[in-house]
Design a protein around this ligand. Structure first.
Ligand code: FAD
Length: 515
């Protein structure tokens, strides 16, 4: 009887996606499958991707790699938040911090109590009455430990805030993606993954059903397999080149299509957060690594030329440039099916939601987790494939909506680009979410979507979407109780942050790279 089990997995591509897939599959499946990874150093990798989200920490845990070792090897730093500058309007700034904001009380989310406080203070002020609680209005971020630590450039690992019910610091990494990839490669090779250097020049499909039978390398060698994982980057060599799966464009919601990147010397501080500063037709990132800043200007080529974009990038560096500007092109969207026949696309081959919230590395990690959960046999049951595609599409689309929110909810009208973003037609679900929040202050997590209500809350408030009502339960507290509740949280957060060392000092103590 033919053995239906998958024995041979072939991964095409050795960027972050390829080596992440190889490391996680080999760790989980051990000797049950043989994994072969084919990559071409002549073609190379995209080689950007320095910022992550907190789920990245599951990768090191799963692989058993010590976090300090990982950060030392990849010249990493800590990321507590993304700071958005000039997005709502020029001069405005807010954080999307990873920790919780405040504490829910009973059935009402924290934002309802904060909104009541804000509305009462604002109406006091507009009635000309001296505020009963002092003049300054504590903003939402006064209740976020990550935001307060980020503002003071401090960091410590802290799961809880003292003995209180407040959750502590939630962090991700900034790292050198190429070094991170090498770490994953070592891990995978130690677990039996075989790497082949070579360029794929042809893909052979089975006549009977169009499944991939083998790939042919420039050297003439043929590599056969049961399951093929396409990690070949934007070109999607197998999923598109061979299988013609099709691509859904999201450019009407995520209009940027190019980036120009450069490394520069540090300014004075190593900030524990990414900076994302809006420009005339896009935005610019600054990501602090231990030895340099990574910078990139993501822009829309219909509104700004490559030369202008490069000039913008160079004029916003904090220190001298360390290399030459490098251009990249991309098309936001995703494959119609990321799993087609016996081929699954991961990483850039599967689609691209631009890097504003640093989600690409997470989406590949999540895709491998999904594959492990639904690992097929050689029958490639269509219902399993359909479920994998459904879950992946859901995750990509909700993530896309979150990014589109940043572009759309703006008061900027200084360029054609921002005017178009502000007036664009939204995906239906996103329009509903914004309206729901505006009318009631409610945010509900949609199934297993990536970003939590805490993330949506900060971006909606940060972009200027102000609810007109809050949950009636928030009126259940007396004024004194409300003041006490809010003041206690702020005080606990402040005290906890005061115990933390400077971010640079923490790095020096725990994972300073040798050179
Ligand atoms: C401007 C920009 C900024 C980004 N910033 C972030 C960020 O901050 N955070 C984040 O999480 N992600 C970010 N990303 C995404 C991140 O760069 C990618 O997710 C990551 O690099 C993984 O890429 P990949 O492995 O899918 O593809 P690639 O890096 O392109 O690797 C493709 C691989 O396929 C191989 N290959 C291609 N064709 C062939 C062939 N014919 N034969 C053999 N091998 C072949 C190549 O040699 C290479 O090894 C960013 C992306 C861009 C464009």
């Amino acid at each position: 009887m033919n053995d239906p089990r998958i024995r041979h997995v072939v991964i095409v591509g050795g960027g972050t996606a390829g080596w992440m897939t190889a490391a996680l599959l080999s760790q989980a499946l051990g000797s049950q499958v043989q994994i072969r990874l084919v990559e071409s150093s002549e073609i190379g990798i995209v080689g950007v991707g320095e910022a992550t989200i907190p789920q990245i920490r599951h990768v090191s845990k799963f692989l058993g790699i010590d976090e300090d070792e990982l950060l030392k090897a990849s010249r990493g730093t800590i990321k507590l938040a993304v700071q958005f500058n000039d997005w709502r309007r020029i001069g405005d700034t807010y954080l999307h911090a990873f920790s919780d904001v405040g504490l829910p009380l009973g059935l009402a989310g924290f934002q309802h109590y904060w909104l009541r406080d804000l509305q009462e203070r604002t109406s006091d002020a507009s009635a000309g009455a001296a505020s009963r609680r002092g003049n300054s209005v504590p903003d939402l971020w006064a209740y976020s430990i990550n935001a307060q630590a980020a503002n003071l450039n401090r960091f410590a690992r802290m799961d809880k805030v003292g003995d209180s019910p407040l959750t502590g610091i939630r962090y991700a990494y900034h790292f050198d993606a190429a070094r991170f990839g090498q770490l994953l490669r070592r891990h995978a090779e130690q677990r039996g993954v075989v790497r082949t250097e070579g360029k794929v020049v042809d893909v052979a499909l089975r006549e009977i059903d169009g499944f991939i039978e083998s790939i042919r390398l420039e050297s003439g060698e043929t590599v056969a397999g049961d399951l093929f994982i396409d990690c070949s980057g934007f070109r999607g060599l197998l999923i598109e080149g061979a299988l013609k799966t099709g691509y859904d464009s999201w450019q009407h919601w995520l209009p940027c299509d190019r980036a120009v990147v450069i490394a520069s010397e540090h300014g004075d501080t190593i900030r524990p957060y990414t900076q994302a500063s809006a420009q005339k037709a896009g935005w610019q990132w600054r990501i602090p690594l231990q030895h340099l800043d990574s910078n990139g200007h993501v822009y829309c080529s219909r509104h700004v030329s490559d030369d202008e974009a490069t000039a913008t990038l160079l004029s916003h560096l904090e220190g001298p440039a360390l290399d030459e500007p490098r251009q990249l092109r991309f098309h936001t969207g995703m494959r119609k099916n990321v799993w087609n026949r016996n081929c699954i696309a991961m990483g850039l081959a599967s689609g691209f939601i631009e890097p504003l919230e640093s989600t690409s590395i997470h989406l590949m990690q999540s895709a491998v987790g999904r594959l492990l959960t639904m690992f097929p046999d050689k029958n490639f049951d269509p219902s399993l494939v359909a479920e994998y595609n459904r879950q992946t599409r859901f995750e990509y689309e909700r993530t896309r909506d979150f990014i589109a929110l940043h572009y759309h909810a703006t008061e900027r009208d200084d360029t054609e680009f921002w005017r178009q973003c502000a007036t664009m037609e939204l995906p239906e679900g996103l329009a509903h979410r914004i309206e729901l929040f505006r009318q009631s202050g409610h945010i509900f997590r949609d199934g297993e979507e990536l970003f939590t209500p805490m993330g949506w809350l900060q971006v909606m408030i940060g972009q200027g979407i102000q609810p007109v009502r809050y949950h009636p339960l928030a009126d259940g507290l007396s004024q004194v109780q409300l003041d006490g509740f809010l003041t206690d949280i702020r005080t606990l957060v402040e005290r906890a942050v005061a115990t933390m060392p400077e971010h640079a000092e923490f790095i020096a103590r725990h994972f300073k790279a040798d050179s």
